[in-house]
Design a binder for this molecule. Structure first.
Ligand SMILES: C[S@@+](CC[C@H](N)C(=O)[O-])C[C@H]1O[C@@H](n2cnc3c(N)ncnc32)[C@H](O)[C@@H]1O
Length: 471
């Protein structure tokens, strides 16, 4: 089954080969392209053969990268444009955060054809965005760099003509445990849109081959995203990738982590790409085995949005619910929601305690949503806002206690305040140190302040604070 062929929004006719061919064959004159392309026919055939397996194993280090540019890159430019456009049509509000800089993370981006589709969508829908901050992660970063700079960055002028700041990262998703690496974690936490196009099949094939040494978790990536961010996965129609997409849907739907906005897993999403096909390419695509000229791009996809508990709660209210959340900032002791209601933008602070229970809900702007907020307050106070902090979570973990013990200190008491915890620490000589640890809306530690006035001495206090530094 297929969907999407007939009712797609337009993608203006484009000409990626105008940049790709001269880049791949520098110093070759127009008359000689045919000769060089014919010589590379077998490279393309072998890559196509590789991809025709259910779980491909592609080594991009050799000439496969060149063959990819010829046989695949142009076909994957438009996909994300069409998917994001379909989503925009479905939702009346802009779904991505509209700031002057938009943060995009491309996982397994290779030469990044998807960037061109994203840029075209951003240009059309988000006029306030002046720059894209793009971070790409790929195991073959060294191979793809030259294609990105020689082709994609140049093509960007034609696809949205938007400024870009590009940071490129070498990363193996199967062994770096993506979200525990600081760089990934920080970059993912700032992203507005995270995409993974045509990479799941590579990862799954490789995971099966590497066995127990390899691990990869969509849930870990999704958890690292800020609230409101989109995670878009799309891939070829292989049984293993479909399985992975289904697994992702059940992670998102089965938890409080977010929501699936749009998906097509049982049905294939297809369209006819609208690029100029130079006839010299017939030297490669001569109709022989694995060298038929393709006229459709086919994929399966899901688009999910990271959500916090309050947003999910609001969305689950009746369709008459008058408040729509536009953005969320995690402040030190509250979550600040910017909401849209009756044509007004207003702000609501939801205060919480360390254990995740909502202690108060206030409006900052004293606007006309006051009565709606009362309803919200009644519904939220006493409920747990942190998906990561169950109501009865212990105040500190045993590892922390253990560390204190190793350093010859005892955590004598921990006092809970709405947005911080006070630790009273003693050593064997009954010296005391008092440390206040503050938390943000996600329950993560932020500032730590030693209370000199309540401690035996500055020296003893600074020694005791080392327990936290090691955490
Ligand atoms: C088929 S290409 C897709 C490239 C691009 N996203 C597109 O749609 O044209 C798959 C990409 O995944 C990358 N990749 C494969 N296994 C990976 C891994 N374990 N970690 C990170 N990247 C990986 C490859 O280097 C390659 O760039």
């Amino acid at each position: 089954m297929a969907r999407g062929l007939d009712n797609l929004s337009d993608f203006s006719i484009h000409d990626p080969y105008r940049i790709i061919i001269p880049f791949l064959y520098p110093d070759v004159t127009d008359n000689d392209y045919q000769k060089y392309l014919t010589q590379d026919r077998e490279l393309v055939r072998s890559l196509r053969q590789d991809y025709s397996q259910n779980v491909p194993r592609t080594d991009y280090e050799n000439d496969n990268a060149k063959a990819y540019m010829l046989a695949y890159f142009p076909y994957y430019v438009e996909t994300l444009y069409h998917l994001l456009e379909e989503l925009a049509e479905l939702k009346s509000l802009p779904i991505l955060r509209e700031d002057n800089i938009m943060n995009i993370v491309i996982l397994g981006g290779g030469p990044m054809p998807e960037l061109l589709g994203i840029a075209s969508h951003v240009k059309k829908r988000y006029p306030r965005v002046e720059k894209l901050k793009v971070s790409v992660f790929d195991i073959n970063d060294n191979v793809w760099k030259k294609y990105r700079h020689g082709c994609t960055v140049k093509l960007l002028e034609k696809y949205g003509n938007i400024k870009m700041m590009l940071s490129e990262h070498h990363c193996d998703f199967l062994s770096c445990e993506i979200c525990q690496e600081k760089v990934c974690k920080q970059v993912l936490g700032e992203a507005d849109l995270v995409v993974m196009q045509n990479c799941i099949s590579d990862i799954i094939g490789e995971r099966d081959r590497r066995g127990s040494k390899a691990s990869f978790s969509f849930a870990e990536i999704f958890k690292s995203l800020r609230f409101g961010a989109l995670f878009l996965l799309c891939d070829l129609d292989y049984s293993k990738t479909n399985e992975a997409l289904r697994e992702c849907v059940s992670i998102v739907e089965g938890t409080e982590l977010g929501t699936v906005l749009l998906k097509s897993i049982e049905e294939r999403f297809e369209y006819r790409p609208n690029f100029v096909y130079p006839t010299i390419l017939n030297s490669i695509f001569d109709g022989s085995d694995h060298l038929m000229q393709k006229n459709k791009t086919k994929s399966k996809f899901i688009i999910c949005q990271r959500e916090d508990w309050v947003t999910k709660f609001m969305r689950q209210q009746s369709t008459n619910w008058p408040i729509v959340i536009r953005s969320l900032e995690s402040l030190q002791y509250c979550n600040r929601y910017t909401v849209f209601s009756n044509n007004h933008i207003e702000r609501i602070d939801v205060f919480y305690k360390k254990n995740g229970l909502v202690s108060n809900v206030k409006t900052l702007d004293q606007g006309n949503i006051f009565s709606d907020i009362n309803g919200l307050r009644e519904n939220l106070i006493g409920k747990c806002i942190h998906e990561s902090a169950p109501v009865n979570a212990p105040l500190i973990d045993p590892e922390f206690q253990e560390r204190a013990k190793r350093m010859n200190f005892t955590i004598e008491e921990i006092r809970r305040f709405p947005y911080m915890q006070r630790y009273i620490i003693r050593d064997s000589k009954h010296n005391t140190g008092v440390v206040d640890q503050y938390f943000n809306g996600l329950g993560r530690p932020t500032r730590r302040i030693g209370q000199l006035g309540m401690s035996t001495s500055e020296h003893i206090l600074s020694d005791m604070m080392k327990i936290f530094e090691e955490a």
